[in-house]
Design a protein around this ligand. Structure first.
Ligand code: PDD
Length: 279
């Protein structure tokens, strides 16, 4: 096992020594929330936005933990490896209870775990395949909860069909990917589903929206029907792990020309410039 140092409840330990009780509610119930924060050149990207979303997730699942940005940075920064493209995985579970019971235990101290890993990037100049699948997840997809069984099953179905992602369809409309947000170019307008509880409010999504506006790319936050998605000239997935990933084949049919589109190439360039500017 890779024996890098990880953070667990106030200590930095070799990965092999970081142990959590089997009564931890994260283990028993997936009762926890998490963040994935990319870091470039040894610096965390969009840290404030990730922290704001983490605090919203904690509040939504009623885990009582409030650390300041400085306290979080003190915990996370020692994990970063200078120079690499990497990400911090940060998970907070409700903690260890004395017995297994669905309702919240009393006086439970949250378990805080964080580790840093390299990001294995998709080659920027190659598009990927995706499939559409029924979005059978729950109604609070805005919470970044560790309870990810539905997302896992959906991603696995995609992978078994040699696809990089599943695009999820709810009541005839695209919501997001199994672990990413979705954008489509429809009649030369960049479209992404609006902010609702049906999607995770991706930090990469927000950056892309902002860059589209700053660069006068026409953009709409509105529902995308399955039909509109199938007719789109471009589809991209966005996430902290994959940045802006072009989908060139959907359900075994080429998207647009079947090549990475002009809008995507422009946005990828804006994104790289933005990274350099803010870090
Ligand atoms: N997932 N939607 C879902 C369901 C996600 O799991 C993710 C990211 C996103 C994109 O969010 P962001 O741009 O903030 O990364 C959207 C992470 C990377 C994961 O679970 O590994």
């Amino acid at each position: 096992m890779e024996n890098k140092k990880v953070y667990l409840n106030g200590e930095y330990l070799p990965l092999s020594e970081a142990k959590v009780s089997v009564l931890d509610r994260g283990f028993l119930f997936g009762d926890g929330v998490y963040e994935v924060i990319p870091a470039y050149f040894g610096r965390l990207f969009c840290f404030d936005a990730h922290l704001e979303r983490l605090n919203k997730s904690l509040q939504a699942v009623r885990i009582d933990l409030k650390l300041s940005a400085e306290q979080w940075l003190d915990i996370l920064q020692p994990l970063l490896i200078q120079g690499d493209v990497q990400y911090i995985y940060l998970q907070i579970s409700r903690g260890v209870a004395s017995k297994r019971d669905h309702a919240f235990p009393e006086n439970c101290t949250p378990t805080i775990f964080a580790m840093c890993s390299p990001i294995t990037a998709f080659p920027k100049d190659v598009g990927v395949k995706a499939i559409t699948l029924d979005d059978m997840r729950w109604e609070l997809c805005n919470i970044k909860a560790t309870t990810l069984l539905a997302n896992i099953l959906l991603r696995q179905q995609a992978v078994e069909k040699q696809c990089a992602e599943a695009i999820l369809i709810k009541n005839g409309y695209a919501t997001e990917g199994a672990a990413s947000n979705v954008f489509a170019v429809i009649n030369d307008v960049l479209v992404t589903p609006p902010k609702t509880d049906d999607i995770l409010l991706g930090i990469t999504r927000d950056v892309v929206i902002r860059l589209a506006k700053e660069n006068n790319m026409q953009l709409k936050e509105e529902p995308i029907s399955l039909g509109a998605l199938q007719d789109a000239t471009e589809i991209w997935m966005t996430s902290s792990m994959r940045e802006i990933l072009p989908v060139i084949n959907l359900d075994n049919k080429p998207v647009g020309t079947g090549q990475i589109g002009e809008f995507c190439l422009s946005m990828q360039a804006y994104f790289q410039d933005y990274k350099r500017a803010v870090l």
